[in-house]
Write a protein that binds this ligand. Sequence first.
Ligand code: CDP
Length: 233
Amino acid sequence: MQTGKSSIAIDGPAGAGKSSVARILAKKLGFLHIDTGALYRVLTLQVMREGIRPTEASAVAKVAKLADIEIVPGSNGIRVLLNGEDVSDAIREPKVSENVSLVAQHAEVREHLLTLQRQLAAPGGIVMDGRDIGTVVLPEAELKIFLTASPEERARRRMKELRTQGHKVTYKDVLLSIRARDNLDAERLVAPLRAAADAVPVDTTGKDINEVVREILEYLSAAGGLKGCSTDS
Ligand code: CDP
């Protein structure tokens, strides 16, 4: 499945900084960033648009089969298309976040997205972030990182992000919401959120994104580098 170029898997709970770290790291290495949470969010958006309950396994699985999802590189990170429509902003709405872990728990949904994720990863030279990348999607990834941070810090970061986007959210609500999502993600039967045995744990509490990226790059060069990355790292 893998080519000559390496792959990096970044997993961790909500708000640990996975996507930001993955985006910067990919840029520095000349790799492509694939945010797998976006795929689960797209399906959730479609489930909500069709008025389907996220717990209805067979109806949700049908949505997964019919949805045409594309990930395209944009000037400000990747854009996500659903049946040709750019839904990159819509999938970040708090309503989608509230339902996404319910959609992501279904085996058929995960099976469908597993195939898509492996197709996207096949050329190599990618940084893929999610919950089960190191354990299930890319168990052969050359580097696996498990990012964590305290729930309080993760809630503060997510609150800031949501307020910047114009959402009126309280710290308490955001903390409750990410805790609920973490529980569902960690306790589901299929591909639960957990660190791969060979993942490098990185606690981002009290660190800014660039510091975390530096830490990972230092780890990489100490480990002898990666195949296929650009030299400007
Ligand atoms: O960015 P944030 O941490 O809020 O979450 P995300 O990466 O956008 O993922 C949204 C949700 O999708 C997660 O809470 C999981 O329920 C699900 N997900 C998953 O099950 N497996 C993945 N590989 C990625 C996301």
